[in-house]
Design a protein around this ligand. Sequence first.
Ligand code: GAR
Length: 237
Amino acid sequence: MAALRGAAPAAAPDSAQGSASARLPVAVLISGRGSNMQALVAAARDPRYPAQVALVVSNDPKAAGLAAAAAAGIATAVVPHRDFPSRIAFDEALDRTIRAAGCRLICLAGFMRLLTAGFVEAWRDRMINVHPSLLPSFKGLDTHARALAAGVKLTGCTVHFVRPAMDEGPIIAQAAVAIRPDDDADRLAARVLAAEHRLYPLALRLVAEGRVRIEGERAVVDAPAWPEAALLAPSAA
Ligand code: GAR
């Protein structure tokens, strides 16, 4: 049921953290365009980047990101959710595919299937997601239209560890984007997406370097630089 192209099997140790000698092998799960996946692939082209994209998986054989991944020389797999009688059966096939490729961390990047609690718990603290809002605000779909309707002046994106409840889990990193009076959802989405492409590679790097620990349900990040200034919107009279 799952078609795998070109992946090299490897051992799958427990820890998600990389070491100086080995880059962390990552599976990126997509359902569509895959621009965040491509941002991760681009970051990992640098041999000093602590993670490598070992596999790109889609639940949709028509996902445009699959061709982009293959063109970049990344192994791809399709696990078509329609082929499975239940969510559990689909998630089991997904799990097998990811483990067979030796991946130790999962990056959800526009993966539009809800995962079962069993799958999420099996990958607890080893699965991260990018979401186009400043969580915990605007979980779910149509985030930009809802941010505009609410009249908030700042929105953005979040990378977080995945928990069974949708768009919940310890927050690793966020980027804020100012909303302009003339924005519509598409214009806003484009600026937030550009921020996602900067944020996701940063967050994955922090995780792969072992700089993120979970205390309670908060992610504590050991990073060298934090902004001093607040981002004001509007910024001046
Ligand atoms: C991204 O904006 C991502 O944040 C969002 O889907 C888009 C995928 O774009 N994900 C979610 O809304 C998940 N809750 P991409 O395929 O070009 O990376």
